[in-house]
Design a binder for this molecule. Sequence first.
Ligand SMILES: [Zn+2]
Ligand SMILES: [Zn+2]
Length: 408
Amino acid sequence: MNQFNADFHIHSKYSGGTSSVMEIPLIAKQAELKGLNLVGTGDALHPEWLRHVRQNVSGENDGAYTIKNSKTEFLITTEVEDVKRVHHLILFPSISSAESLFEKFKKYSIDIEKEGRPHLRLTAGEILDYTNEVDAMVGPSHAFTPWTSLYKEYNSISECYGKNAKNIKFLELGLSADTVMADRIEELQEITFMSNSDTHSPWAHRLGREFNRILVNELSFNEIRDAIERRNGRKFVLNAGLNPREGKYHLSACSRCYLKFKSHDAKNLNWRCPECNGGIKKGVFDRVNELATWEIPMHPGHRPGYIHIIPLAEVISLATGIKAVNSRKIKEKWDELVGGFGTEINVLIDSDIGDVKKADLKIGRIIEKFRSDKISYVAGGGGQYGRPTLDNERENFWGSGQKSLGDF
Ligand SMILES: [Zn+2]
Ligand SMILES: [Zn+2]
């Protein structure tokens, strides 16, 4: 069997707020440089996007589609929003399966032909049943985020999906959560965790910023299903992603001025910011605390490790002090390192750290630090990303800018 890196959740140029360059040839090229063997197409219910996907396909092996001039393969995937504004990720066994689901969903959606991530007048349970009818798989996207996730709306998977909830085999952690947080919740012990980028742009600091490493015989829908269900020795062997503190909704914070709050203070303030009167959004950290069965995570035996990575462009930015990750200087360094080590993922987690240090000592030291989980972060919240920091900003867990009630 072989290990493959996979990012199952991205969005095309047809989803709101995405880059107009989100097209298959460029995504495939960038994925290859990143070191992703498989990428989800995203937006597979959108007729024009699916036509674009089909035009670029050069071959298929049981649901894994090859693309002209690229080593990266594609799985047909989409995200949908249900009637409660909960997001779900769907993995299809084929293009025709996605077309069948489009036909079933069409009458329940006013924007399915316009919007890459369509709104459906269906409950999660109905979406699950329709999805199973076309032999596709579904699970919650970014399950803990405060606007559009399962746990913003419900307290359990069965409350969300209803009588067939046992058919939910995977859950996407999202950028603001990781295995350490999610394994405090008892009902998730049997569920396979996914770490996906949910990217809206093809560049390497976004595409694959979170990814999964799976152990399968070859890339195909059935092998991936086996890995998710942990059958026949197929399994997920690694989750890689941002430190949850980098997520936009990690701590509870004002969604207008980003001031952070401890949960009991936010409650006492009725989730209203005393500085600017904006709404305080409950962070994933506080939501997981509410849902948690245990104080400390109980990792089931099958659970793979989770490595907190920093995209290489951001590592270079930290090392050089150049803030703009798309600047020419950062791009040149990135090209040099990826050229030398083959892929970004090789540089970040797989290559010998001595070799990386030989190529660039400062960058190598930062990578060595996050490989042993010793980076400090300023936590995100309220819609503002957190960030890694090398300075001694004298950060406590709450990050700078957090005030307690006594300050008002
Ligand atoms: Zn979503
Ligand atoms: Zn505010």
